[in-house]
Write a protein that binds this ligand. Structure first.
Ligand code: CMP
Length: 138
């Protein structure tokens, strides 16, 4: 069944000029781009987005990194979108990511890992609503 997920091309990938190549991988894999924009997060906005990780030791570095430059948040749609995007992204740590995955090709470290993808339906709903208004999701 058709499903929506939320993704971000992260600041490391945008800085390196990988945005177009990552979007091409996503479209090649059959995702429809429902909404996309370019923006920069404040540290406070990054903290709100990653609130589930607030107790983790890497939280401060993570929000500093995510607010370090422009990102492309987007909403993607296809059958089984959440799981299929996680597969296409590869493991969180690019050192463990399979050949051909986005992180294997474009990520440089466990933190600067090129792309975000929602891990479940409830987090996808929260994350889509954090970045996009209903009228942008037609
Ligand atoms: P993401 O899928 O966006 O969700 C949480 C992010 O935290 C993750 O990608 C990584 O960028 C980052 N992250 C997860 N684990 C670690 C870690 N052990 N050290 C540093 N950053 C991490």
């Amino acid at each position: 069944m058709s499903q929506r997920t939320f993704s971000i091309v992260k600041p490391d990938a945008v800085r390196k000029g990988y945005t177009g190549a990552i979007l091409a991988e996503i479209e090649k894999a059959g995702f429809k781009i429902v909404a996309i924009k370019k923006m920069s997060l404040t540290d406070e906005q990054a903290q709100g987005f990653y609130h589930v990780h607030s107790a983790r030791p890497f939280f401060k570095d993570l929000t500093r990194f995510m607010s370090s430059g422009p990102i492309f948040p987007m909403v993607l749609e296809k059958d089984n979108a959440i799981l299929d995007l996680r597969k296409l992204m590869g493991a969180t740590n690019p050192a463990n990511a399979e050949e051909g995955t986005i992180r294997k090709q474009f990520a440089s470290s466990i933190e600067e890992n090129a792309i975000h993808g929602s891990d479940a339906e409830d987090t996808a709903a929260f994350e889509i609503g954090y970045f996009f208004a209903g009228y942008e999701l037609k």
